[in-house]
Design a protein. Structure first.
Length: 287
């Protein structure tokens, strides 16, 4: 059972998402006549082909998507998504038409719409929810292919819709700006979702592993792991100290490593996501 604080935070997140999406669509995307993406974009394609009303077609398309993804995503996600869809839709319909429409450069409109969309969808995903439609498909694909980021999945699906819709509309410039918007949106989405738990992984090959571990603990408070290895050429036994840290802490670890062992071989690599004690905990989807 969710606590009152969690429910309140979920609702506030949905409200913030609705505001961001309203700004993205009504202030930038719609005035610039960019091609629509997601289920609405597919419904617009059917409108051009057969004259089917967009609203009705959107509902018709959402039904099989919701039924097909239910077993994969689970009951709780669906309840969360229903709440989010209602709140964001109401805010967009009420607030959106009252927002000023940007009439400036199309490129700036695409950039602003992309950033607002990315932030709006990302904060919802971080609360284990979605706005329905293509979001269900994205999460289902992510379930079966966890190595794919949500941004990459969204980009592929939306570009297909943009290209088909653009071909029907016949406006090449709108298609180009639509792809720019979508690329920026998916980039921001991935950065917010995965960048918040990103860090650095430091591997230190040293003859003084115990001293190195103590130095890292004294410098950053981070724990480290000693791995046993052997030189590929010499065959000599080697000790490798491995430590996950934030980007800021990495600089202190690198400096301290050479103070302990000036001959230490230090390797620093990007860590897209770190889950565990001292970082984001498993199953934690909070902001």
């Amino acid at each position: 059972m969710k606590s009152f604080r969690t429910i309140l935070l979920d609702i506030l997140t949905d409200i913030a998402s609705g505001v961001l999406l309203a700004v993205a669509f009504y202030s930038f995307a719609i005035p610039a006549d960019f091609p629509m993406t997601g289920v609405s974009g597919v419904a617009l394609i059917f409108y051009h082909l057969a004259g089917v009303p967009v609203g009705i077609m959107t509902i018709v398309l959402n039904i099989p998507i919701a039924l097909g993804c239910y077993r994969t995503l689970g009951k709780q996600f669906y309840i969360n998504s229903l709440k989010t869809t209602v709140i964001t839709s109401v805010i967009m319909d009420v607030l959106g038409p009252r927002l000023p429409a940007y009439q400036g450069e199309l490129l700036l409109a695409a950039l602003c719409a992309g950033v607002c969309c990315g932030l709006g969808y990302a904060i919802v995903f971080m609360r284990n929810s979605s706005t329905g439609g293509f979001d269900f498909i994205m999460m289902a694909v992510r379930h079966y292919h966890p190595h794919l980021s949500l941004g990459r999945i969204a980009f592929f699906m939306d570009v297909v819709v943009i290209l088909i819709g653009g071909a029907l509309i016949g406006d090449v410039d709108a298609v180009i700006y639509g792809i720019i918007l979508n690329y920026l949106y998916t980039t921001v989405l991935d950065h917010v979702l995965y960048g918040t738990s990103a860090g650095k992984l430091t591997l230190i090959i040293t003859d003084y592993p115990e001293e190195m571990v103590r130095a890292i603990d004294e410098t950053t408070g981070r724990g480290a792991t000693i791995l046993n290895g052997s030189g590929g050429y010499s065959g000599e036994n080697k000790s490798v100290v491995m430590c996950a840290s934030s980007k800021k802490e990495m600089y202190g670890i690198r400096k301290r490593a050479h103070e302990v062992d000036e001959k230490a071989f230090v390797i620093i690599v990007e860590s897209n996501e770190v889950i565990g004690e001292g970082f984001r905990l498993p199953g934690d989807t909070s902001l």
